[in-house]
Design a protein around this ligand. Structure first.
Ligand SMILES: NC(=O)c1ccc[n+]([C@@H]2O[C@H](COP(=O)([O-])OP(=O)(O)OC[C@H]3O[C@@H](n4cnc5c(N)ncnc54)[C@H](O)[C@@H]3O)[C@@H](O)[C@H]2O)c1
Ligand SMILES: O=C(O)C1=N[C@H](C(=O)O)CCC1
Length: 264
């Protein structure tokens, strides 16, 4: 039995994660961390199953009170960073879907995980199709170094570019010689027209109601283009990755950033 705390249970992802844990035989939801509802149980909130997990508004108090193995964090960038560090310091393994972590954040958290010899997973995208899309993009970049990334998300998303787009750019950077794409004399007549710049490649962020999470990676070569696209149409698409991460983090002794390191 893996004892789990979920932070952000009333969010779009948090609700799916509560349902996943509730329906998985060897998972137990021992508490949740919410922005409000301290002292209640999840069962008392509208729209949740009858789970008697206590609600805390502070992760430290939660981890001082309940015995937990794993924290699933699905909150906001600043909260997610703080929660990951607290969980590691309390010896609780973080599985983090929250995006917006910088390279400095990842380096700092990796150091703590290694000092504590404790597993942690930070996954910008839990959907298997998205992991494959990133792997395929890295393969293609060896042959097509000219590439632009277009990520499309719902308009309630806080961070841009998306964690997935950043991760994709990092994976491409590993196999591509660094160079500035486009014309050397190119000028934007409206600021931002060419998107965000990452190691000479451009990342474009679209935010619209109706979208969930989508990404296209477009490669251009002599007389041809190659487009690799992934679409998540609902949040259930992320849950097999969350389940896999909770099971896998129990066997790790360091921080892993990205599920591409864990799937064959
Ligand atoms: N890794 C993935 O596959 C994946 C998939 C979808 C979303 N995400 C990321 O997950 C995060 C959550 O996404 P969402 O769409 O569910 O957002 P959301 O806004 O629907 O939910 C976030 C929840 O966090 C709660 N929250 C905020 N501060 C808190 C605090 N201090 N303590 C406890 N809870 C707090 C909010 O009340 C809210 O319920 C985002 O960073 C998003 O980018 C990742
Ligand atoms: O809904 C979101 O927010 C998502 N964020 C992830 C990202 O930033 O890459 C991907 C899945 C959906």
């Amino acid at each position: 039995m893996i004892r789990i705390v979920i932070a952000g249970p009333r969010g779009r992802m948090g609700r799916e994660a509560v349902s996943l844990v509730h329906h998985t035989e060897h998972f137990e939801l021992v508490a949740v961390v919410d922005r409000m509802n301290e002292g209640k149980t999840l069962a008392e909130l509208d729209g949740f199953p009858a789970i008697e997990a206590p609600i805390f508004t502070d992760l430290e108090r939660c981890l001082q009170t309940v015995q937990a193995d794993v924290l699933i964090d699905l909150t906001t960038p600043e909260v997610g960073k703080r929660h990951t560090e607290i969980a590691l310091r309390y010896g609780v393994r973080p599985v983090v879907g929250t995006t917006g972590f910088t390279e400095d954040d990842l380096a700092r958290l990796t150091k703590i995980a290694e000092e504590k010899k404790i597993g942690a997973i930070i996954a910008p995208n839990f959907a298997i199709g998205a992991i494959l899309m990133m792997k395929f993009a890295q393969m293609a970049a060896k042959y097509f170094p000219h590439v632009e990334i277009i990520e499309l998300h719902h308009d309630q998303k806080l961070d841009a570019p998306s964690g997935t787009a950043l991760k994709t750019a990092q994976l491409i950077q590993q196999v591509r010689s660094s160079f500035m794409q486009g014309h050397h004399a190119e000028k934007e007549t409206i600021e931002g027209a060419r998107g965000a710049l990452y190691d000479g490649m451009r990342i474009h962020s679209v935010r619209l109601p109706g979208l969930v999470a989508h990404q296209e990676v477009i490669f251009g070569g002599d007389g041809q283009t190659l487009t690799i696209r992934h679409d998540s149409f609902n949040r259930a698409s992320f849950m097999s990755g969350v389940r896999f991460s909770v099971e896998t983090v129990m066997k790790l002794e360091t921080l892993v950033y990205g599920l591409e390191h864990l799937i064959e």
